[in-house]
Write a new protein. Structure first.
Length: 459
C-alpha cells in the first residue's frame, strides 16, 4: 500500500475541488462573454441591414435600390472580414448585392425583426442576418453577412483574458492552501518530533497544547502511555515481590538440602529431606499465588472481555474438588447455597482461583478439625461467603489482612500473606467487593464477596 503524507492528502482533497470550481467558473464566464460579444456583432449586422433597407425605394410599385459605387465600397469595407449583402424581391428576384448570398432557412414573418443564421459562401463560414421590409403586395428581404475573423479574434482574446487570471488564481490558491495546511499541521509535526526524541522508558504524558482537532489524538496517546506506564509498574512490582518473597524460602531449601547431603544418619537425613519437600511445597504455593496476583492486576485485564458466568456452578465445583484435601487435613468442608442461577460478569479461571484461596486460607489458619462452609445467596446482589469456626481475625486487623504479604502475628498457618490480597483483587476486577466479619454465633471468620447480579433475559 502506497503511503502518502497528510500534507499531500489534504492538499489534493482541497485543491482538486477548487480547480474544478475555478474551471467551471471560467467556462461560465467565457460563455457569458462570448454571448455578449456575439450579441454586439449581431447588433452591428442588424444595423447594417437596416441601413441598407433604408435605401430601398419604390417606383411604380416596384422596389429599386440605386447606390453609388463609393457608398457600396464604404458599406463593404472591413479591415478583417468580408461583408456580403443581398436585397431580394419575391416578384423581381435579386435587386442588389451578391447572387450567391445564402438563403435563410426561415424567412422573417414580422417586418424589420432580425433573423440570424450561420451559413457559408464559397466554403467560407459567415454569420448573417435577414430582415423583411414593411410593404404591401411584395416581399422584400434584406440580408447582410460577414466572415468570422473578428468574432474568432474576440473569442481568443476573451479566452486568454479569462484563462490567465484563473490560472494565476489557482496557483495563488494552491500556494495559500499549502502554507495553511503546513501551518495547521505544525502541532502534529511538533508532537511527532517530541515523541521521536524521547527515551523508550519515558512514558510521561504529551502536552495537550495543540488545536481542538488534535486533542483527541493527544488524549488517546496519553491514555496509551498511561496504560503502558501502569503495565511497566505492575511488571516491576511483580518482579520485586517475587524476588523478595522467594529469597527466604529458597535459602531455607538450600540449607536443608545441604544438611541432607551432610548427614549420614538415616533419621536426620530423612528429616532434612522432609523439610526440603515442605519447603518446595511452600515455594510452589508462593509461586502460584504470585502468578495469580500478576494475572489479576487491573492493567493486565484492562482489555480482557468479561463473560456471563453462573457463580453457583463454580462454587459447587471448586468446593467439591477441595473436599478430599479438607478430609486429609481433618477439616469438614461443605457447600450450602443455591444450586444455580447466580449469574455475574467475570473471568472463570480467576473466580475459581479466588474461591481456592478462600478455602485454602480457611484450611491453613482454621486449624485441625475446623468446620468450613461455602455458601451462596441470590438477592439483589450475589453474595459468596466462606466461613470457618477457627480462631478468627481481630476486628482491627480485618482491613489490613487484604494487603499483600500481611500475616497476623502469632498465626500458626504457613501462608505467605497473599491469599486475601488475591481475593480482593479478583473481586474488584469483577466489580465486586470483599469484607471480613465474625462467623455464625460470633465465632470464627466469615469472608464474604459481593458481586452485582447479572439479570438473564429470556429470549
Amino acid at each position: 500500500m502506497v503511503q502518502t503524507s497528510l500534507h499531500r492528502q489534504l492538499l489534493h482533497r482541497l485543491t482538486f475541488p477548487l480547480i474544478v470550481l475555478l474551471v467551471i467558473d471560467g467556462l461560465i464566464s467565457y460563455a457569458l462573454a462570448l454571448h455578449f460579444s456575439q450579441s454586439a456583432y449581431d447588433a452591428m449586422l442588424y444595423d447594417s441591414a437596416r441601413s441598407l433597407a433604408a435605401q430601398v425605394k419604390f417606383v411604380s410599385g416596384r422596389a429599386t435600390l440605386d447606390l453609388p459605387a463609393s457608398a457600396l465600397e464604404i458599406f463593404e469595407w472591413d479591415v478583417m472580414d468580408r461583408t456580403f449583402y443581398a436585397v431580394n424581391s419575391e416578384r423581381s428576384g435579386l435587386i442588389l448585392g451578391h447572387s450567391d448570398f445564402p438563403k435563410s432557412p426561415t424567412s422573417p414573418s414580422v417586418d424589420l425583426r432580425p433573423y440570424y443564421f450561420d451559413s457559408e459562401i464559397n466554403g467560407e463560414a459567415i454569420r448573417a442576418v435577414v430582415i423583411r421590409l414593411p410593404t404591401s403586395g411584395d416581399v422584400i428581404l434584406v440580408g447582410v453577412g460577414e466572415t468570422l475573423s473578428k468574432r474568432r479574434g474576440l473569442t481568443n482574446q476573451v479566452l486568454i483574458s479569462m484563462l490567465v487570471p484563473q490560472l494565476a488564481l489557482v496557483i495563488a490558491a494552491v500556494l495559500l492552501l499549502w502554507l495553511g495546511i503546513r501551518g495547521g499541521l505544525a502541532p502534529l509535526d511538533a508532537m511527532a518530533a517530541d515523541i521521536e526524541k524521547r527515551d523508550p522508558s519515558d512514558l510521561r504524558p504529551i502536552e495537550d497544547t495543540g488545536p481542538t482537532e488534535v486533542r483527541p489524538l493527544t488524549r488517546a496517546l496519553n491514555e496509551m502511555l498511561r496504560a503502558l506506564a501502569a503495565a511497566h509498574a505492575s511488571q516491576r512490582r511483580f518482579i520485586s515481590n517475587a524476588a523478595h518473597q522467594l529469597r527466604s524460602p529458597l535459602a531455607a531449601l538450600q540449607v536443608q538440602a545441604e544438611r541432607a547431603l551432610r548427614e549420614s544418619e538415616p533419621a536426620i537425613h530423612a528429616q532434612a529431606l522432609e523439610h526440603v519437600v515442605t519447603g518446595v511445597g511452600r515455594v510452589a504455593h508462593l509461586a502460584r499465588q504470585l502468578l495469580t496476583l500478576a494475572r489479576a492486576e487491573p492493567e493486565v485485564l484492562a482489555n480482557q472481555r468479561m463473560e456471563t458466568l453462573d457463580l453457583a456452578l463454580i462454587a459447587r465445583e471448586v468446593t467439591g474438588d477441595w473436599v478430599p484435601q479438607a478430609l486429609a487435613q481433618g477439616a469438614d468442608l461443605g457447600y450450602a447455597g443455591e444450586e444455580s442461577g447466580a449469574f455475574i460478569e467475570g473471568d472463570a479461571p480467576l473466580l475459581r482461583e479466588m474461591l481456592v484461596n478462600l478455602i485454602d486460607n480457611a484450611l491453613r489458619y482454621g486449624g485441625k478439625g475446623t468446620r468450613i462452609t461455602v455458601d451462596l445467596c441470590i438477592g439483589e446482589d450475589i453474595r459468596l461467603g466462606v466461613e470457618d469456626d477457627g480462631p478468627g481475625i481481630p476486628a482491627e486487623a480485618r482491613e489490613s489482612v487484604f494487603d499483600r504479604f500481611v500475616r497476623l502475628p502469632g498465626s500458626h498457618g504457613d501462608g505467605c500473606g497473599l491469599g486475601l490480597a488475591i481475593v480482593r483483587e479478583i473481586a474488584t476486577l469483577c466489580r465486586g467487593s470483599a469484607s471480613i466479619r465474625d462467623g455464625t454465633g460470633g465465632k470464627g471468620t466469615r469472608v464474604e464477596v459481593v458481586f452485582p447480579r447479572k439479570i438473564q433475559r429470556l429470549s
